[in-house]
Design a protein. Structure first.
Length: 322
């Protein structure tokens, strides 16, 4: 009788162990299936709800409209963007550095009618995925020749758009070489109500506006002198080329030319060196990510944020080492 009871208990424990193992297998399969579905449906995302966190309400200062600056910079992807260089990728703070332009190109702006600029996005879930449409519209005054030429030359054109939020003092960027903002529509008026042209730029993509921390490129970069160890920054210059040194490679050890008003400013350094390129090493004046040095070989580039009058911090995601 005792042996029969022990046999019965053993069977109960075996059944319990089997059920526990079955539950673990089902749970693992569910977790794997969710991860697999995330990969299939648009790439695995590390932006978990834990990283997003709580989202509180804001005051009317942040919800009021009509705060986008009327100045919009347009970069034509096909004729201005240097597609031989990697397009900057956003860092964890949704910041993007200077976009690479072809030699002698600069960013051109449109000044729109006040309060006419609108940046909107809409999305709806379909049978397979979510369809997202990003739209930027603005209105230009008059029937000027420049505007008419722009319509004739660039209808359907592909652009990167940069604009500023006046209340924040920050710049935003929309569009990439793969998903540019397309001049998809316009409306020209020349009647009793107004003389104006409204432009509409759209794209289909999940990416929403990023913070633009790069330069508004208006001219050629300044050039760092050869055989120097101190980077001397010039007022109003945000980009610098590094020439080849004369007899041996040099390492930058300090920075000069900064004032308190420069705090938060961004600096781009572009490599053009060959035999004796300039090098930047991690020290008290140049704080590099993971302490990894950067060499100014031709085509390489790196961006820094001004911490104080003697210190530059590498901008995450800006480094290109060739």
């Amino acid at each position: 009788m005792l042996a029969l009871q022990r046999s019965h208990k053993s069977k109960v424990f075996i059944l319990a162990d089997f059920l526990l193992a079955f539950i673990v297998i089902i749970a693992c399969f569910a977790i794997f299936n969710d991860a697999f579905a995330a990969i299939v449906n648009g790439g695995f995302s590390f932006a978990t709800m834990a990283t997003i966190g709580n989202i509180d309400g804001v005051s009317d200062r942040f919800t009021a409209g009509s705060q986008i600056s009327s100045k919009i910079w347009l970069v034509h992807v096909d004729s201005q963007l240097d597609t031989n260089l990697p397009f900057p990728q956003p860092n964890m703070d949704r910041e993007i550095g200077t976009i690479p332009l072809k030699a002698n190109e600069k960013m051109h702006y449109f000044i729109a009618i006040d309060d006419s600029v609108a940046d909107t996005a809409s999305g709806s879930k379909g049978d397979v995925t979510t369809d997202v449409t990003n739209t930027i519209t603005f209105t230009m005054g008059g029937n000027r020749d420049q505007l008419l030429n722009f319509i004739e030359e660039y209808a359907g054109g592909r652009f990167i758009l940069i604009y500023q939020i006046c209340s924040e003092g920050t710049y935003y960027i929309m569009g990439t070489p793969c998903k540019p903002m397309v001049l998809s529509g316009f409306e020209r008026k020349n009647d009793k109500d107004s003389r104006s042209i409204s432009f509409t730029f759209t794209n289909k993509g999940f990416n929403q506006p990023y913070h633009y921390r790069g330069q508004i490129v208006q001219g050629a970069p300044a050039t760092i002198a050869t055989d120097v160890t101190i980077l001397t920054l010039l007022p109003g210059s945000g980009q610098y080329n590094t020439p080849d040194n004369n007899t041996e490679a040099q390492t930058l050890t300090a920075v000069a030319g900064l004032a308190n008003a420069d705090k938060g400013r961004y600096i781009d350094i572009m490599g053009t060196g060959g035999t004796y390129p300039l090098t930047i090493e991690d020290n008290e004046h140049f704080i590099l990510i993971d302490g990894q040095e950067w060499t100014a070989t031709a085509g390489s580039r790196i961006s820094f944020k001004v911490l104080d009058t003697a210190t530059l911090i590498e901008q995450e995601g800006s480094r290109l080492q060739l």
